[in-house]
Design a protein around this ligand. Sequence first.
Ligand code: CA
Length: 460
Amino acid sequence: MLTAALAAAAAGQSPSGPAWTRGAVCYEIFVRSFFDSDGDGIGDLNGLIRKLGYVDSLGASCIWLMPVAQSPSYHGYDVSDYYRVAPAYGTNADFKRLVAEAHRRRIKVLVDMVLNHTSNENPWFQAALKDTTSPYRSWYRFSPTALGKGPWGAEAWHHSPVRDEYYYGVFWSGMPDLNYETPAVQQQAMKIATFWLREMGVDGFRLDAVPYLLEEGSCLAGCPGTHAFLRAYAAHIRGPPYRWSPFLSNHDQTRTMTTLGGDVACAKLAATLLLTLPGLPFVYYGEEIGMTGDKPDERLRTPMQWSPRPGVGFTNGTPWEAAQPDSMTVNVALEHSDPVSLLNLYRRLIHLRKENGALGTGTLVALDASSSRVAAYLRRTGAQAVLVVANLSDSAVSGVSIGSTGQSVLRAGTYAARNLLGGPDGAMLAVGPDGRLTGYVPVPGPIGSRESLVLDLVRR
Ligand code: CA
């Protein structure tokens, strides 16, 4: 099963992306919860600028900002003005300064782009709602009757507050869907992308809710027209887009540490797998310190826990949302000074991924382990190879041997196995003329529960 999963991951890896993505890890930030510079309890762009040093020390090569455009909601996924930064976050000038400061540290900036729908307060929707002859009328979908449920069975047609008719909004009434069958809507989406790329200086986008862009008859998600539009959109931006982006959790999902029931060893294992497998991994802010949180959404997006004091080092005022109850014991300040903390493991792995070509861009080769409780794989380039052996189980496993089921995986020779995570090195590895790995026992003793070996194979 595990081998099949790894093979699927290998098949999905993209051979190349933009140069900056090689060995890179991205960090997802909710600006509202990251750092508040002016004491109003709401994180802002100037606060984020002040914390870029932390992002840099983590080793992240890029940041993905959840929506920053003007919106009536706390989360920003319903945009009322695509050309203006939310006033609580700052100004367009502040945003440009953020981009400049990030670029000075060689950190790329991606922003969430909400294509599928607008806010119901967006002037385009207000015009369409109030005036049936408005040019914006065709930007949304109206109907005299409710035409059925959305793709996951929820009500998707909402009664107009103005007249006896309905409009389509797949998520809720406050988020009317744009109608991508209207050419002007597609043109506007391109224009917005151009504005953020050229005027604001961003390096790319995370596209929100893309399966729902076009509805075609009974098809409500992932329809052919959506794919056609996304191809045109990618060509407009700077085709081909890079899209193999694994992550443990994001702003819509239960935080990893909560899913794992507070098990730090499991969290370290999950981080090690994420950051040694292919792709452009994304780390959700706070995941690197083991922040907890579960639904409702606001509790997945609580203030970043910087230090054990009132306001958790996030604000001098009253935070817009209360921090998690464990914030006095789980925070950046405490973990920074603990060499075996989750934070310092993330830092180490993210930096390794950037420095080690095999971890950064190497091909994934799934290997067989003698125990089904152990995952083993190689990341390999022409010149470098890293072997990962991870005990996924809740007990130690002894005498684990690794093999490559008949395939040639390494050049013949003798390899030293240097431990990249700071523990004891692995045993010497001898590879015969057939290039196969057979019966390799990396460590003579047991591999502990949830323990991972990340071994740099150096040919002698
Ligand atoms: Ca603020």
